[in-house]
Design a binder for this molecule. Structure first.
Ligand code: GUN
Ligand code: FE
Length: 455
């Protein structure tokens, strides 16, 4: 590689999940980033290009050497965040979903008619997510065009890879008068304008920030809206996001309205594409899984949110075993924690509860769902490359051609719960300990597309 094409190279211990369930720990590895922010090479001692590349980087003054106790991990991918709900984090968690939406969430989201209010919240949220190591986030904004644009601009300013949607919701039977699109036509027009404005945003030529077609969920939308958005998705090839079979109430509502599941209904509207991400999918059946797989649609698994609002947890093991594209989502604020590492823990925890069952009054045989557990390896896959796959982006792995989105986890800092014992921890123990014990303070540096966004 020529010196001038090299942005920088990093030498140290790299940890990533190259495929579902596999963790690779690469010691003394050398990773080169090209001037476009992509990974140009990943190599190790003993490989033919290692010495030459290290020499090139060193001579160019572009070699960074990690200290012992620093680990380079792929940046974390959050496939489902409600940005406007950030001020509500940790509140009203004792209400069922429909009441939580009506009594708290819609009232808060309506305040984003004020773009200054939006700016104050979004600036803080994006900063916080980056500090927690989230290098890619797929966001729902609100119904408001102007403040949704503010979110897109703030992501770009702060250098976070982001997919942002202006929320579409126009069904007067399910949405309050004070918070819904004036009509299907208006919502469709605003969605179209939003897509154009995000794509044309100054500084966004490389499409670090992408627009997303965002029907909130089936109950919130009229047929006209769903049809129109499906048509827009087919015509533009834009990403799509929505909620799918999240909880008992919502799943039953859709069965009643269309006589079929969310998955089949969304497919009928043209909303299941390879660029679609369905949040939750807790109640999808085998046929739904087949349709989602066939459409190459992604799933955002939001384990913490599931445990509070969904009446069930997503069968992650089954979906991964069938080769579905699954990423993790915080689902802020139904998931009351901004960290994807925390959601890795929760994904494992939720799957263990699903496997064993939790009702002590039932016999062991009747209590759980055999074979439902995942472990930290699958959780980390979903948090990184699995999320990348679900979004159709080349992020989440240390592999040539992938974008260099990465974090350094520092295990040597004082005042931290993350302690690595050199004589007792080895191999992927370190990753498991990071997942369970790291917090934002341990996330020392963050890069997106080769640019450092936290130092
Ligand atoms: N379904 C429709 N809107 C929402 C939301 O804001 N959060 C969650 N968890 N589910 C939803
Ligand atoms: Fe959600």
């Amino acid at each position: 590689m020529k010196q001038e094409e090299l942005k920088f190279a990093i030498r140290g211990t790299l940890i990533h999940a190259p495929s579902t369930g596999d963790i690779e720990v690469l010691e003394n590895a050398l990773l080169a980033v090209d001037d476009g922010g992509r990974i140009a090479a990943v190599t190790g001692p003993g490989q033919p290009d290692y010495g030459k590349l290290e020499q090139t980087a060193r001579e160019a003054g572009k070699l960074e050497v990690l200290s012992a106790g620093e680990y380079l991990l792929p940046g974390l991918v959050d496939t489902h965040v409600h940005a406007p709900q950030w001020p509500q984090l940790g509140k009203a968690l004792d209400r069922p979903l429909d009441e939580w939406l009506r009594k708290y969430t819609f009232l808060l989201e309506a305040r984003y008619a004020d773009a200054e209010f939006a700016e104050r919240v979004y600036d803080n949220l994006v900063h916080t997510l980056i500090a927690n190591g989230t290098t890619t986030a797929m966001y729902y904004a609100t119904i408001h065009l102007e403040s949704s644009m503010r979110l897109a601009e703030i992501c770009l300013e702060q250098g976070q890879r982001a997919l942002v949607g202006k929320v579409a919701m126009d069904n007067p039977e399910q949405c309050p008068d004070y918070y819904r699109d004036a009509s299907a036509g208006q919502g469709l027009e605003d969605t179209g304008s939003f897509i154009e404005q995000v794509v044309g945003m100054p500084g966004n030529a490389d499409r670090l920030v992408l627009p997303v077609i965002t029907p909130r969920f089936i109950p919130a939308c009229t047929d006209e809206m769903l049809l129109g958005l499906g048509d827009l998705a087919q015509r533009t090839g834009c990403h799509v996001q929505t909620h799918c079979s999240e909880g008992d109430w919502e799943h039953a509502y859709v069965l009643e309205r269309y006589g079929k599941t969310d998955t089949l209904s969304l497919d009928g509207f043209g909303l299941l594409t390879p660029q679609t991400v369905l949040a939750h999918c807790d109640f999808i059946d085998d046929a739904d899984m087949g349709v989602i797989k066939g459409a190459e649609t992604g799933i955002a698994h939001c384990p913490l949110s599931n445990l509070y609002f969904a009446n069930a947890v997503f069968p992650a093991r089954k979906a991964l075993d069938r080769g579905l594209q699954v990423g993790l989502g915080t689902d802020i604020a139904a998931g009351a924690n901004p960290g994807i590492l925390h959601n890795c823990q929760m994904a494992v925890t939720a799957s263990r509860a699903l496997e064993d069952g939790v009702n002590p009054d039932l016999s062991a045989a009747d209590r759980g769902t055999a074979g439902a557990r995942i472990d930290f390896r699958e959780a980390f896959w979903m948090a990184t490359a699995g999320g990348g796959e679900a979004l159709g982006l080349k992020v989440g792995k240390f592999e040539r051609g992938y974008e260099f989105d990465a974090i350094i986890v520092d295990t040597e800092m004082s005042d931290s719960n993350l302690i690595i014992w050199e004589d007792m921890d080895e191999g992927d123990d370190i990753l498991q300990k990071i997942i369970y014990n790291a917090d934002r303070r341990n996330i020392k540096r963050v890069w997106v597309q080769g640019e450092q966004v936290k130092s």
